[in-house]
Structure formats: C-alpha cells, structure tokens
Design a protein around this ligand. Sequence first.
Ligand code: B12
Length: 211
Amino acid sequence: MKEYKELYTAVLEGKAKDARAITEKALAEGADPKQLVDREMITAMAEVGRRFETNEYFVPELLISARAMKAALELIKPLLVKSGVQPVGRVAIGTVKGDLHDIGKNLVAAMLEGGGFEVVDLGVDVSIEKFIAAVKEKNVEVLGLSALLTTTMPGMKGVIEDLKGQGLREKVKVIIGGAPVTQNYANEIGADGYADNASSAVALAKQLLAA
Ligand code: B12
C-alpha cells in the first residue's frame, strides 16, 4: 500500500487546499480511504496535539490543521457512507456540553452510517437536556457521547445520571469516546461501552444491539 506522507504533512501544516488535492489524487489512484484517514490524517492530528502540548503550536495552528483535516474528510465521508441499505439501528451522537471538538465525532458518525446505522448528529456543545430529548423523541437505540477535554468528560456522567433519573436508562445503550476517555472511565460512570476509534465504535454499537 502506497504511503501518502504529503497528506500527513499538509494536515500537520494546516494546508487545507493541499490536503484536499492530495486526497483527491490519492482516491483517484485507488488509495483506501480508511487508510488515508487512519495512517495519515489521524497521526497528523496526534502530532498537532503533541506540538500543542510542547508549546510549538498554539490554538490558531490547531484550528488550521483541523480545517485541513475537515477539507480532506469531506471527500472521504461519502465513501464511508453506504446508501440504500436497511438501517441496522438508530444512533444519536454529539459532543458534550462545553466541548467544540467534532472531528472524531464526525468520523464516528460517518463510519456508523457506513455500517448501516441511521445517525442523528446532535452537533457539538450538546446539553444534557438535548441528549435526553433525543432519546425521548428520536427513538434512538444507541446514544454516542464524545469528549476531548478532561474538563467536559463529567458531562457524560451527567447524561447517564439524568437518563436514570428519568427512567430512560434501559431504553438506550450509551457508548462513549474521545481522546481522554478510557474503558475505566466508561465502567466508572456506567456507560455500556467505550471505543477508541471509529471502526471499533461501529463494532461496539452492533455488538450491544445484538446482545
Ligand atoms: C483539533 C483540536 C482542536 C480544534 C478542534 C476543531 C474541531 N472542529 O474539532 C480547536 C482549535 C477548536 C481546539 C480547541 C481547544 N482545544 Co483542542 N485539540 C485538537 C487536537 C489537536 C486534535 C483533536 C482531533 O481532532 N483528533 C483527531 C480525531 C480523529 O481523534 P479523536 O477526536 O480522538 O476521535 C477518535 C476517538 O477518540 C474516537 N471517538 C471520538 N469521539 C467518540 C465518540 C464515541 C461515542 C466513540 C465510541 C468513539 C469516539 O473515535 C475517533 C475516530 O478515530 C487535540 C489533540 C489530541 N491529541 O487529541 C487537542 C486537544 C483535545 N485540545 C486541547 C485543548 C486544551 C483545547 C482548548 C482548551 C485550547 C484553548 N486554550 O483554547 C480548546 C477548547 C475548545 C472547546 N471548548 O472545545 C487539549 C485537551 C487537554 C485536556 N486534557 O483536556 C488537547 C488534548 C491538546 C493537548 N495535547 O493539550 N482543539
């Protein structure tokens, strides 16, 4: 499998036009879209995070790298999403209150759609009330919560507690994820599952619905 290091570099340096053009060319050459995401783009964003931690990058660099990744993902998303298949289940997904990170959440949503789920995307900065309303009104079987900040993770616990408080906990499977989230945290707050990447999130949702 050919490598596309120039895609890694374009995302790392926040060059949206280049990232898009390289992705377009790679796809035309028959590159595997999932591999472009996993091997080039996600590793580039991890390096962006590392540079931010070591004060080589600041918020503007995070933003332009995120924009470059999004520009390339726009081309890939339709390839991850199959159409015309009978939905295997209904999922609502969102990033918790106070948190604006949505690249990972969008990737999980796209892969879930690709895996045959009907997906209700609640967006970012989603309040507990909005998550609960989705369970009540949209008849979802799986609720996906994403958090990228240690300060916003407690919002996940809040959603689960409110589901319990309103007698809705048995109605829905709660799955959680995001860079700081762990299986231990999922156990601690009583989530039904945790996955550390989009492919495992799809497998997890299917496994929970089959159980
Ligand atoms: C890009 C980025 C931003 C962008 C976000 C743009 C966007 N539209 O998303 C911007 C510039 C807005 C941003 C802002 C901030 N950020 Co920021 N950001 C990042 C960065 C570099 C990459 C995140 C990313 O997109 N990764 C790529 C995706 C594909 O990975 P992912 O999100 O982890 O998702 C995967 C899995 O986690 C999983 N997953 C994700 N969600 C879900 C959900 C479910 C249900 C499941 C099952 C799985 C799952 O599957 C995904 C696909 O594989 C990270 C560094 C890092 N290493 O994570 C910092 C990082 C998350 N940010 C950080 C910080 C501090 C901030 C700011 C506070 C900075 C500031 N001073 O203003 C603000 C907060 C803004 C806010 N209120 O949310 C810190 C958090 C530290 C902490 N411990 O809390 C990090 C870790 C950087 C660092 N190393 O310090 N950021």
